[in-house]
Design a protein around this ligand. Structure first.
Ligand SMILES: O=C(O)c1cc(=O)[nH]c(=O)n1[C@@H]1O[C@H](COP(=O)(O)O)[C@@H](O)[C@H]1O
Length: 302
C-alpha cells in the first residue's frame, strides 16, 4: 500500500484536467448495508474494504474522481478506518482523484489536527480534498485551507446542502462584514460561506477552497440563488440520482458560475454494481449527459 507523496500541482488544476479527460461525474463510495449485500459483501470492515476497492478498480481511468463517505467506514471501527486507508491508497495508485467526505469543522487549534489527518502528505488518510463544515465560522477552517494550499490539495466547504433541514440555517440572513471586506452587508449564510471561500482563494492566488452546493437545494435559479462567479474554485454538487436531482436541474442552476462543477452520485451509480462493466456503462452514460450540459469546467475569479 502506498503512502501519500507530495501532491503535484494545485487540486483545482488537477481536477480541471481530470474532468476534461473523463467528464465531470464524481462517484460517491458509500458502502451502505443494502449495497454491500447487493455486491455480495458482509456489513463489516472486510466487506467495506472489498466494496471500496472493487469500486475503485472498476472506475479508475473512467471517471475523474471518487468520494468515499467516511462515516460508512468509521462505523466499523479501526478496521473500517484501515479499509478507508486502503481504498484511498488504491485510488491514489490508480490516478483517481479522491474527496474524503468527512464534513469536519472545529476551532482553529484542533482544526489543525483534522487538517493533518486528511490533507498532510504523511497521513495515511490523506485525500486530494476533504469536505468541511463551516458552522464554527469559515475563519476556523483556515488551518485546513492553508495546509491544502501547501500540499496541492483542496477543501470543499458546505454552503447550501441537499438535505431538507438545511435552509433553516443556510438561508438565514447574516451580517458578514469579514467574509468579503470589499462588499460588507447582509446576505444569506450560504452566500457568506461562498464569499469567504472566494476571499480565501484570492488571498492565496489559487482556488484551494471550493464549496458544496446540493443538486436538490431548490430546483430553480442560478446556483440555487448563490453567486458563484467569483469563487475561483471547484463546486461539488451531490444529490444527483437517489435524492431526486437530474442533470437538467444542474444546467439551470450551475450554467454560469465557477468550476469545475462536479456533480456527485453515490447510491444510484453503485446500485448497478458490482459488475465493473455495468458500473462503467452507467458512468459513461451519466458523464455523457453531464458533458452535454457544458457546466463550468474551470475556475473563474480566483
Ligand atoms: O458533502 C457531501 O458529500 C454531501 C453534501 C450534501 O449537501 N448532500 C449530500 O448528499 N452529500 C453526500 O453525498 C452523498 C449522496 O449520496 P446519494 O444520495 O446516494 O447520491 C452522501 O454521502 C452525502 O453524505
Amino acid at each position: 500500500m502506498s503512502v501519500p507523496g507530495p501532491a503535484r500541482g494545485a487540486f483545482v488544476d488537477r481536477l480541471t484536467a481530470a474532468v476534461a479527460a473523463h467528464g465531470p461525474l464524481c462517484v460517491g463510495i458509500d458502502p451502505h448495508p443494502g449495497l454491500l449485500a447487493r455486491w455480495g459483501h458482509e456489513d463489516d470492515a472486510a466487506g467495506v474494504e472489498r466494496f471500496g476497492r472493487e469500486a475503485v478498480a472498476a472506475l479508475a481511468g473512467h471517471v475523474a474522481l471518487v468520494k468515499p463517505q467516511v462515516a460508512l467506514f468509521e462505523v466499523h471501527g479501526s478496521g473500517g478506518v484501515r479499509a478507508l486507508e486502503r481504498v484511498l491508497a488504491d485510488a491514489r495508485d490508480a490516478g483517481l482523484l479522491t474527496v474524503a467526505d468527512a464534513k469536519r469543522g472545529d476551532i482553529g487549534s484542533t482544526m489543525t489536527a483534522y487538517a493533518r489527518a486528511w490533507l498532510a502528505d504523511t497521513s495515511p488518510l490523506a485525500a486530494d480534498a476533504v469536505t468541511l463544515s463551516p458552522y464554527l465560522g469559515v475563519g476556523s477552517l483556515v488551518p485546513a485551507i492553508d495546509l491544502a494550499a501547501e500540499t496541492g490539495r483542496g477543501v470543499l466547504v458546505l454552503a447550501r446542502t441537499s438535505n431538507p433541514e438545511a435552509p433553516a440555517v443556510q438561508s438565514a440572513q447574516s451580517w458578514t462584514p469579514l467574509s468579503d471586506p470589499a462588499s460588507p452587508g447582509m446576505r444569506e449564510v450560504a452566500q457568506g460561506v461562498v464569499d469567504a471561500c472566494a476571499a480565501a482563494n484570492r488571498a492565496r492566488g489559487v482556488g484551494v477552497a471550493g464549496v458544496v452546493v446540493g443538486a436538490t437545494a431548490g430546483t430553480t435559479g442560478r446556483a440555487h440563488g448563490l453567486d458563484l462567479a467569483g469563487l475561483g474554485a471547484p463546486v461539488l454538487v451531490p444529490g444527483l440520482g437517489a435524492q431526486g436531482a437530474t442533470p437538467d436541474d444542474l444546467a439551470r442552476a450551475f450554467g454560469d458560475g465557477s468550476g469545475p462543477v462536479v456533480p456527485s452520485s453515490s447510491r444510484e451509480v453503485l446500485s448497478v454494481g458490482p459488475d465493473p462493466e455495468a458500473l462503467r456503462d452507467a458512468c459513461r452514460a451519466l458523464n455523457g449527459s453531464l458533458r452535454a450540459l457544458a457546466l463550468p469546467a474551470g475556475p473563474i475569479g480566483a
